[in-house]
Design a protein around this ligand. Structure first.
Ligand code: F6P
Length: 323
């Protein structure tokens, strides 16, 4: 059945470009003659039934804004049978024929669960972690990476002035993508990522080697899921007398904010229209994924049973360039 009324929601951790994706979905749906509603606060709002109509005018002036104007939430209720049943009930009560879910791994798992209960769903990957399988890039990753670059470049000024080691923590949950790519493009001496277990001694050796080579500073980018914290590494460096005095910076939620980059806006636009067309064509239970230059539809079933990990060829490249 061709859908007449669709709804869009953003779920999980926000990511820059979510607004651009909502705008693309709303305007593409209107252009294709569909009625569209927005669900407030992700699956939480779906379960509560906080759903309102959206028109192309409602999504003006959001393209350039970070965050999500529909708001978002983590939703433990979606992990329960009861919560999912309530969500389906609201979908039916509001006469919604199909759903676009914009979010990361957990949200896509929620989308898959609803699809399994008969709700036509297309998901759009949006998460700064870049851990969603089936897409080269999720919406928000490029902006977060640019925030990391901007911040580490600033830290580099003070690190060089004082000849210090900086231990910088990035987000990423269980994925080392942000730390690895951030480390590579910021010229870090070392990155600590979940995909490559590293000991404090190995970090001390790398920092001491950078000191002996006459470097002005040493940057170690540590993924939050690496298994060693910035403070643990800092105290080990002090004990090991690795040369540089060290300081710790956690980039934290600053990585999730800010105006989306051109790359993220373009990705959001392309994925938004692809999602709407997929619903119209009946290609539901899929996610939009970037594959090389193309936006493709990837079965949700494949997406949810796999995790995307950092590509270790970049780890090797970073090591070569850090010398
Ligand atoms: O998934 C995005 C993310 O920012 C992760 O990198 C991080 O571990 C988590 O969300 C933080 O979640 P919250 O904002 O709920 O504390």
């Amino acid at each position: 059945m061709t859908p007449r009324r669709i709804a869009v929601l953003t779920s999980g951790g926000d990511a820059p470009g979510m607004n651009a994706a909502i705008r693309a979905v709303v305007r593409a749906a209107a252009a294709r003659g569909l009625t569209i509603s927005g669900v407030e606060q992700g699956f939480e709002g779906l379960i509560r039934g906080t759903i309102r109509p959206l028109t192309p005018r409602d999504v003006g002036e959001i393209l350039q804004r970070g965050g999500t104007f529909l708001h978002t939430a983590r939703c433990p209720a979606m992990l329960t049978e009861r919560g999912r049943r309530d969500a389906v009930r609201q979908v039916n009560a509001h006469g919604i024929d199909a759903l676009v879910v914009i979010g990361g791994e957990g949200s896509i798992t929620g989308a898959r669960a609803l699809a399994g209960m008969g709700v036509p769903v297309v998901a759009i990957p949006a998460s700064i972690d870049n851990d969603v399988w089936g897409t080269d890039m999720a919406i928000g990753v490029d902006t977060a990476l640019n925030t990391i670059v901007e911040t580490v470049d600033k830290l580099r000024d003070t690190a060089s002035s004082h000849q210090r080691a900086f231990l910088v923590e990035t987000m990423g949950r269980n994925s080392g993508y942000l730390a690895l790519m951030g480390g590579l493009v910021c010229g870090a001496e070392m990155v600590l990522i979940p995909e490559v277990p590293t000991t404090p001694d190995e970090v001390a050796t790398a920092v001491a080697a950078a000191y002996e080579r006459g470097k002005n500073h040493a940057f170690i980018i540590i993924a939050e899921g690496a298994g060693l914290t910035t403070h643990e590494v800092a105290s080990h460096l002090a004990e090991a007398d690795a040369g540089f005095d060290s300081r710790v910076t956690a980039l934290g939620h600053v990585q999730r904010g800010g105006s989306p980059t051109a790359f993220d806006r373009l990705l959001a636009n392309r994925m938004g229209i692809t999602a709407v067309d997929a619903l119209i064509d009946g290609r539901t239970d899929h996610m939009t994924g970037l594959s090389g230059r193309d936006i493709e539809l990837v079965p949700l079933e494949d997406v949810v049973c796999q995790s995307r990990t950092a590509n270790l060829k970049y780890y090797e490249l970073m090591q070569i360039l850090a010398t």
